[in-house]
Design a protein around this ligand. Sequence first.
Ligand code: ADP
Length: 393
Amino acid sequence: MKILSVNAGSSSLKFQMYEMPEEKVLISGTFERIGIEGGMYTIKLNGEKIKKEKDLADHSVAVQTLIDELLENKVIESLDEIKGVGHRLVHGGEKYASSVVINDDVIKTVEELSDLAPLHNPANLIGVRTFIDKIPNAIQVGCFDTAFHQTMEKREFLYAVPYEWYEKYGVRRYGFHGMSHNYIANRTAEILGNKNARIISCHIGNGGSLCAIKDGKSIDTSMGFTPNAGLMMGSRSGDIDATLIPFIMNKTNESLEEVINDLNKKSGYLGVSGISSDSRDIEAAANEGNERAQLAQDMYVEKIVNYIAEYYLELGGADAIVFTAGVGENSKTTRKAIIDRLAPLGIKLDEEANNVRGEEKLISTPDSTVKVYVIPTDEEVMIARDTYNFINK
Ligand code: ADP
């Protein structure tokens, strides 16, 4: 059975098509610059990567182009073969604790939740509507970035602010990267052969969040009301003192929107180093002796170590610490800097094993008190699984 896994943004659309339940990727790709001049798309098929330029006036043109490519390349003979389309949806608020079959009510609710994710939910919904229009016979499933974290207890997800803010306006920690942390929870439990394992999942990429997992459930996570909370990231500040915002507005005459933009786009690695939001550039500059790049790297590591320590106590110890996403899967330097700081807990890195990129591997020594793994994440397959499970019910 063929299932499409889709991630629609305001000007982009990523997709993977799976043969399920084998979880075999048949074709994948990305459409970029939708609704902007200079549209283009890339497709990966049979180990080959094809790049094409084509003006993509809107999402409808992009999805039609995708369908044409599927037919031309004989990935499908007819549209009826696509039994399900799974959509990544960013914000499900408190309404959705798991994936859901999309109907008019769901669309309405996700629309209402746009208040909480104004940049993402409306863009995700454009994708949903387009696929309903183009592939009406397929079941459409919504998979939320926030859903996995709905198991958090109130004492973890509430901010110490007036309680009515939560009751009236939904002010709380929601957490994101849920599909990724859920994948890591499943895969690590499988590797350990222990579904009750205590796991600290470190999803560190351009955006980053940590998640404390017990019995396969999210106990705590570092992102908050929005994805600009918790860790220092590529260009996001992570946690700050909120009163810094009016102070800077006053000093620079920037508007509220501009300061928020500074915190999302001009902070993190980029803001501290003044060089780049990309961890590879930071590492390279630090190696050449650039002090601010080294400072940015030290701060980045510090924040992650602090969260690991916090979650270690929250979980009452840990069975595994897992590194995933761009930096976690690829940067042995960052992993080593983090694990070396965990020595007081008896956690030890196997430096030779740590010399790994983008593949599943145990990177701690046999006598380490906690197992440390690199596990490439796979959010797309989680979407395909959830979609398949609804059809197969
Ligand atoms: P996103 O959050 O946008 O999905 P990714 O998970 O793709 O981001 O992560 C992007 C980050 O991964 C970038 O900071 C990039 O520098 C980093 N990265 C990728 N490869 C390496 C590498 N070999 N060494 C260090 N960092 C890397």
